[in-house]
Design a protein around this ligand. Structure first.
Ligand SMILES: Nc1nc2c(c(=O)[nH]1)N[C@H]1C(S)=C(S)[C@@H](COP(=O)(O)O)O[C@H]1N2
Ligand SMILES: [Mo]
Length: 415
């Protein structure tokens, strides 16, 4: 299958993206398959809005050619029957904008020990952009009368696979009509090609893999995508049912037609389904400043401000704590700045710093009381890890949100 092969063309794509994106860096991909570019440095996480230049990129196939948005169409299938050009989607429906913190489900994969292969992300596969487009609810309105409330929406990418697999991802229809949009702009600019030009799905608060780029088809069915769900050749189920599932080593997750909840953490805690799907993002935080790249000199007033971002997918961030001693003790940080559903919050902490060597860490808790675990477990622990304040090591390296792997060392000097 194509998903097993390396992809030489990705190197040219990455070079071209890096040339345009001044603030980004290539990420290590052991499998040599993905076009991956990450935010360059920690300072990205001291700002609420991520400039396009600093926003990570992640995809598996060559980018499809789209000259303009005139010819590109999105077909509605399954329970629906319709086709819209991008121009129609833009002009015939209301325009909205949503702030969305997008995190690759593989963010933190590079922190798994032993290593798990594929893209070795640290914390750099996350960013917050303002995406403009058309609400899905406006496009689907009037076409959903005969559709059950618990139906699924499958989005299919127009990217050509070099194997059998089709890039298709399913989300509950209820989520789709709640807050998802068909986006054609990013931070007020025409959608850059690597981010999905001319049109992509944005699923606010959910892992990046759900936000299908170069959108070709939206299909409403009773169930999520399985082997032969689509009216086209190829393997339709790979990206939903096999990849992007959280499971221990050597396990092949079972195919499900439906699951009860889109909350990834609930799936992990409840063991239902046995091997969770990467849907909504779990609670996470990153310190942006100081960045540890250079020593900090104690200022006149003795206070060093620690700034970062925290997010919790569909849930709200309730609180963030900061540690300057590698997690032995914690102090409450202050949340500030914009507070939009699905987007991260800024936090700050005024640290009365004295000269010395420190390890800075941050730990966020969501509004359901779920807190980032301290470290990633060993491979055998699986779900028991949660009881030990650890995140379960998993074969795909997905959804990791541990505290200590994102800590930074800092030297504070006297004035
Ligand atoms: N069609 C298509 N959409 C895709 C992908 C892909 O490979 N093909 N990659 C997904 C993954 S894994 C992520 S993390 C996000 C990244 O979006 P970005 O490159 O705009 O940051 O796009 C998602 N959408
Ligand atoms: Mo991803």
């Amino acid at each position: 299958m194509g998903t097993e092969q390396s992809r030489a063309s990705r190197h040219d794509e990455i070079d071209a993206i890096l040339e345009r994106k001044g603030g980004a860096e290539e990420a290590r991909d052991d499998a040599d398959k993905y076009t991956v570019v990450g935010a360059a440095n920690r300072k990205t996480y001291a700002n609420w809005l991520t400039p396009i230049e600093e926003h990570f990129v992640c995809h598996r196939n060559d980018m499809p050619e789209a000259d303009g948005d005139g010819e590109w169409t999105v077909s509605l299938t399954g329970y629906l029957e319709n086709t819209y050009s991008v121009a129609e989607i833009r002009e015939e429906f209301p325009t909205v904008a949503v702030a969305h913190t997008m995190e690759c489900a593989g963010n933190g994969r590079g922190q798994h020990r032993p290593e798990t292969g594929s893209v070795q992300w640290g914390y750099e596969a996350a960013g917050t952009a303002v995406w403009s487009g058309t609400p899905l609810s406006a496009v689907l309105r009037g076409d959903l009368e005969d559709v059950p409330d618990d139906a699924w929406l499958t989005a299919v990418g127009g990217d050509p696979s070099d194997g059998e697999d089709v890039f298709a991802r399913s989300i509950p229809l209820s989520k789709a009509v709640d807050d998802c949009i068909l986006a054609y702009e990013m931070n007020g600019q025409v959608l850059p090609r690597e981010h999905g030009f001319p049109i992509r799905l944005i699923v606010p608060g959910w892992y990046g893999v759900n936000s299908v780029k170069w959108l070709d088809e939206l299909r409403v069915m009773d169930e999520m995508v399985t082997a032969d769900s689509l009216d086209r050749p190829g393997d339709h189920a790979y990206w939903q049912q096999e990849a992007y599932r959280i499971h221990p080593e050597g396990v092949e997750p079972a195919v499900n037609e439906t699951v009860e909840t889109g909350d990834t953490w609930d799936q992990l805690e409840d063991g239902e389904p046995a091997h969770p799907y990467t849907f909504d993002q779990t609670v996470m935080s990153v310190i942006g400043e100081p960045d540890g790249e250079s020593a900090v000199t104690v200022p006149e007033d003795g206070t060093v401000e620690i700034t970062g971002v925290a997010w919790a997918g569909d849930d709200d961030v309730a609180s963030v704590e900061v540690s300057t001693d590698g997690g032995d003790s914690w102090a409450e940080a202050e949340l500030f700045g914009p507070d939009y559903a699905g987007a991260w919050r800024l936090f700050r902490y005024d640290w009365a710093a004295t000269p010395g060597e420190y390890v800075l860490a941050s730990r966020a808790t969501d509004d359901r009381g779920r807190r980032q675990p301290m470290r990633i477990s060993n491979p055998d622990a699986w779900r028991d890890a949660l009881d030990d304040d650890e995140f379960p090591w998993n074969e795909g390296g997905y959804a990791a949100n541990a505290v200590l792997p994102n800590a930074l060392e800092l030297e504070v000097r006297s004035p």
